[in-house]
Structures are given as structure tokens and as C-alpha cells.
Design a protein around this ligand. Sequence first.
Ligand code: S3P
Length: 446
Amino acid sequence: MANVKFVVQPGGVIKGRIRVPGDKSISHRSIMMGALAEGTTTVTGFLEGADALATLQAFREMGVQIEGPKDGNVTIHGVGLRGLKKPNKPLDMGNSGTSTRLLAGIIAGQNFDCTLVGDASLSTRPMKRVTDPLKLMGAELETEEGGTLPMHIKGSGRALKAIDYTLPMASAQVKSCVLLAGLFAEGKTCALEPAPTRDHTERMLNGFGYEVVSTKLDDHKTKACLTGGGKLTGRHIDVPSDISSAAFFMAAAAVSEGSDLVIEHVGMNPTRTGVVDILKLMGADITLENFHEVGGEPVADVHIKYAPLKGIAIPEELVPLAIDEFPVLFVVAASAEGKTVLTGAEELRVKESDRIQVMVDALQALGIDATPTEDGMIINGGAQSKQSADIQSHHDHRISMAMTVAGLNAVSEVIIDDCANVNTSFPIFLELINQVGMNVTALEEA
Ligand code: S3P
């Protein structure tokens, strides 16, 4: 693949009314559940990014007939819980942790062998967090010694054992893996999470007519349970815009004087809205308008205007609810007056890159006072960066986009290397960021 560099001119005022592409988490799940359902599922607003397309392609290779995507429309001819077929080759998960960890749960319940492989970044990410519970369920899986891809899954044809699993970390991917494997288990499978994480799997299973019971326990914990051997029924899914993609634009408008932006139809699932709460705590002027519900998921238009921001201690309970937004929240903190402290976010170290170290390096390259800690970061914010810089994205789409936004308060050009990865979650990012008032060019190198 050609290397794409983003060359970001400093400054800009963010204005307009935009719609960002469909939610990545919901897009993945729409394909998975559509494939496992009986009957046809139609999807609108599907995210045509590389990650969700990896999931789509994997199900095609397991014999599911899927039409599209075309302009965000997909039709999936479900094969039922027992209808998947052995793929002819290893399934390529590309850069996508969600595809890998959720598919591991589904494939563990099949009666065929299958191998999951991924790109350089994904092949360093921890998979023991899913192989551990799946082994407790009786699945046979093998990874590399360090618990990384490739993952070989052996299909025994036997039903999995239901488990009552306490997650060691707040991870929606692990919770979803356990619940999806639970579809193929005898009895009741439960996943207890240490803090609430995105609940799209639970909502969507219920939407497909498969009962998932979620119980809120004391001390904020949630337990989700389902009984294996039921049936999903095909339906229509309208995917809302991805709040994680909208976050780059919220941040851009929040840090540049004179900005006034509306982002339409953004998914507002309460397990995803930490970014709005954190920006508001920093002083951002955000209003949510036109609240309504689409297919079991709340959506709203986000109206954000520039206001002076201040540094804060980020409440730890908001961390899992904003887990993908920290790269750009660090950029916001760099523009806010005073100190921002993040704790309780060690999960950031095992995302598409080590987002604590990579963002500290990137911010420091711009002359910003940022210090890493084991589980977070301390940033002393101020008005502007002090110098221009060449930044490395480390194969991470959210680093590429966050550091583009950093250009707004930079003193001179910011150049970001290795930005083709933006395509994994947000193929039209460049077009939209220029449309609202930044000046970013993509340079392709052979
Ligand atoms: C996701 C869960 C989160 C998130 C990822 C998408 C999902 O990962 O970072 O981008 O769709 O379930 P973790 O479960 O590892 O926190």
C-alpha cells in the first residue's frame, strides 16, 4: 500500500453542518447478527471502512450471501446459527480487533476448523483475553506463544459449555465474544464487567429477537446473560453516525476560536457518550438537539461552538465510555488552560497502538508538555504548540486523525506519516475536515 502523509496547515475555524459515516461497532455487529439470523437483514448507514469490510468479507468466506455495500446499504441473507461453512483460507481480520475478538466467539461454536490472521498492528495485540474464557467454555484454540495472532480455532462439533464469566478488564469486545459464544453453548452464559462498556451486542441481539438480560449490580457493575440455542430473526438496521468519528470534529470545533458546527444523527448510546461529558467538564459549549431513537439506539445532532477550555482530572468512571476518544481528547487537553490528568486508562496501551506512549511522543514533538503514566497521562495545556513536527501514526487511524486536529492550534505545518489507516474507520475524514475549515493535503508516496 502506498504511504499517505497528511500535511496539515496550521489554524482554521470550524464551521458547517456535517454527517459523519456509520458507527463502526454497530456496523460490525449488523453483519455478524444478520449472518447468524434466519431470514434477510437489510442495513442502511453501514460504515464502508476497512475494518467493517473485513467482517463482511469473513462472513462471505463462511458461505453467507451478502449484497453490497453500496452507498451504505447492505443486504445479508442469514444462514441461521448452524449455517456457517468452513472457509477455504484463513480469515484476514486486517487491522480490526473487533472483528477478531467477536468472530473468535462465533467461530468457537462451529464444527469446522478456522484460522484468523491480521496485519502487523493487530498481530501484536492481546488475544488471551478472549481465548481464556473460550477455553473455559470448552473451545480448542491456539495462538502464538505471546497470545497473539494467528489464532487457530478447532471446531469440535460439540456444544460449548455455558459459563458465568467475570471479565478481568472493562472490554466490550471480550464481553461480546463471551455472549456470542454463549449462543452456541448449552445453558445460560453470563458476562460480568467491572465497569459498563458499550452494549451494542446486547441491544442488537434483543433487536433480533434473542433475549439478553442485563442487570445492574451495586458498584456500577453490569451482568449480561443469555441462554444458548435460541434463534435470531432477520430485521432492518439503520446505523447511526459514529460518535467516535464525530469526536474529531467536536474536538476541532472545541479548540478553535470562532467555531460553530453541527454534526447530524450521531449515535448517543449512553455507553459511548463519555467524550461529550469530558468536553463539557472542560468547559465546551455543546448542545444535543433533535434527540430520537433509531432501531434501539438513541441519536441526536451535536451542536458545538468554541468556548475557552480548562484542564480537568478526568473522572475514571468516564474512561470506558470514551475509550476510543482519548487520542483526540489529549489534543483538546493540550489546548485547554491548565493541567489535565487521566488515570485508570491502562487499556489505551493495547489499542491499535500504545495510545499513551504514541500520543505523548506526538504531543512532545509539537513542544507540548505531556507526561506518560502507567495508566494515563498528565498534560499541561496552553494556547499553542511551540514547533512544527513530523509525527508517526504507528499504524493507528485515531492517532492520524487526532494529530490532524492538533494542527488547528499549531504554530506551523504538522506532517503525519502513515495515514492510509484512516480508511479503517473513516474513509471520508480528509474530505470532511477540509470541508469544515481545515487545510489538510494527502501526499502519496510510492
Ligand atoms: C469495541 C470495543 C472497544 C473499542 C473498539 C470497538 C467494540 O474495545 O476500543 O474500538 O466494538 O466492541 P475494547 O473492548 O478492547 O475496549
